[in-house]
Design a protein around this ligand. Structure first.
Ligand SMILES: [Zn+2]
Length: 307
């Protein structure tokens, strides 16, 4: 009887392997719009490619604006506006991307950065009072952490958490380095390992959600407004869809109660799931190292291939 009950519970509560599941995810891109020069595509072409990939997959995403990367100039602001006009959301990622964990970045200085960014983005369609911490660092002291929590609340902002953290930026810098050396280089291996990386992180964070919450949560995926995603966001979304993952809007994801939590850690930050597991003393689960290795595992694999 008990065995049958257990079997029924397992059947109802565990995601079945290999079939379409209830797992969902929302796409968010930080540090945009970027007006820096890269190989292959102009800033406007990169912006267009990202928007086209989201449109093709009928997914609404969010762009977290760092003003000095582009939106301080009319042509950059126009790129940000295109996101809002296409139905995506616009969030705040400071003026100059300072690191709140640094001793010389005061709470007051960091908050000024947020208010100044808000003044630039508030006129854009899709604007939301969503704040994404730079480097996902919420302060190196309890005073900064609590000061920010109080400030965001007072301003009507939410902490726009990430759960599915990736090291896409590492692949982006490798890709640009390889193309700078040889514009005709074969970049397929970088793409393949980038997709492997995303899938490894996706599965690991899904497992972590089950460990901590006993369920699938709508994962918030962190990517950046960069060349890697301009080229391969379409492939990444195709892969996730083929694995049974469903794209949802960040607004829908943030409605999940998990995104109202505030892990009790002296120095909060990183993926909300990682932060939660650490605050519970469960940070050293199987495979945790690969969630904080900055993509080193795949970089080593690329190195073996001569990259
Ligand atoms: Zn950033």
């Amino acid at each position: 009887m008990i065995a049958r009950l257990l079997a029924a519970l397992i059947l109802c509560c565990l995601p079945a392997a290999g079939v379409a599941s209830a797992q969902s995810f929302a796409v968010t891109l930080d540090d945009g719009p970027h007006l820096n020069e890269t190989p292959l595509l102009s800033p406007a072409e990169r912006n267009r490619a990202l928007l086209d990939a989201l449109a093709k997959h009928k997914v609404k995403g969010a762009l977290f604006v760092t003003v000095q990367n582009g939106a301080a100039r009319p042509e950059g602001l126009a790129l940000a506006r295109a996101w809002g006009e296409a139905g995506h959301f616009i969030g705040n990622h400071t003026m100059t991307h300072p690191d709140l964990n640094k001793a010389d970045v005061t709470l007051a200085k960091y908050q000024e950065e947020i208010l100044a960014c808000d003044a630039v983005i508030r006129e854009l369609p899709g604007y939301r009072k969503w704040f994404r911490f730079t480097y996902l660092r919420e302060g190196n002291t309890p005073e900064k952490r609590d000061g920010m929590r109080a400030f965001l609340k007072e301003q009507g902002y939410r902490n726009a958490y990430v759960t599915l953290d990736t090291s896409d930026w590492r692949f982006d810098s490798k890709l640009r380095e390889v193309l700078a050396r040889d514009p005709k280089a074969d970049i397929e291996p970088i793409k393949r390992l980038y997709l492997d990386h995303l899938w490894q992180r996706a599965q690991a964070y899904r497992d972590l959600a089950w460990k901590l919450q006993g369920r699938d949560i709508p994962q918030v995926l962190l990517l950046h407004h960069n060349l890697v995603n301009a080229l391969w966001l379409d492939d990444a979304l195709t892969m996730l869809k083929q694995k049974g993952w469903r794209g949802v809007s960040p607004e829908e994801a943030y409605a999940d109660p998990i995104y109202a939590l505030q892990p009790d850690r002296p120095a909060a930050g990183q993926s909300l799931l990682l932060s939660m597991s650490r605050s519970l003393g469960l940070g050293r689960f199987d495979g945790w190292e690969r969630l904080v290795d900055d993509g080193e595992f795949e970089m080593q694999a690329l190195k073996k291939l001569g990259y």
